[in-house]
Write a protein that binds this ligand. Sequence first.
Ligand SMILES: Cc1cc2nc3c(=O)[nH]c(=O)nc-3n(C[C@H](O)[C@H](O)[C@H](O)COP(=O)(O)O)c2cc1C
Length: 211
Amino acid sequence: MSTSVVTKGLSDVIKERRSVRKYEPNFTISKEEVQDIIKEATLAPSSSNLQPWRFMVIQDQEVKKELKTIAYNQEQVETASAVIAVLGDKEMHESVDKVYRSAFEAGYLDETSMDRLIQSANNLYPNAPEEVRKNIATFDAGLVSMQIMLIAKDRGYDTVPMAGFNKEQFVQRFNVPDRYFPLVLIPIGKAAAPAHKTTRLPLEDVVIEYI
Ligand SMILES: Cc1cc2nc3c(=O)[nH]c(=O)nc-3n(C[C@H](O)[C@H](O)[C@H](O)COP(=O)(O)O)c2cc1C
């Protein structure tokens, strides 16, 4: 006799994720689970594996209320169980040694390759204009943000990515060091109402050329 276990595949999770803006205000997600979600999400790829993303997790009810005002009173910031703020690191080269040494210590790189990679990243990143470094960090932070949202959905939670907040006020309120810059807030929680349905541009509009 065979039993069949139905598990959700990636494609289902992608199709079911929608931006949810109404959350159960009394529902809690533990700090440990938020950490697990972030840890898994950081398996995302990044330029030279420098992982120029940083996170601030806001779960305190009073602080969420304050954050709501910084986010132009968007309700989900207060009612979601947690808000994950994703920040970019414009000085990703500070992580070069740590990143490649850790791969060496794990046995994934020999010493010569480690030295070569460290040298080339140390030549490239500090000499790139700040705008280029910010673009790299922004792109990579987008990849990790998408993973956070899909992992959350896979665990039965919902999210909404939000760029609608006052970034200067955020930096001031949370004393964000100059090296980091806020990109997106991701409220995460248990949906209290479904998301608005959205459509997408047809394939022929977005695939601009087959070569
Ligand atoms: C970078 C970015 C910023 C966004 N900012 C906000 C926001 O401030 N508030 C909000 O309610 N939704 C925000 N959204 C959600 C979009 O409105 C939503 O993703 C889009 O309408 C598609 O809907 P769906 O996510 O449900 O598929 C943002 C999405 C992205 C990617």
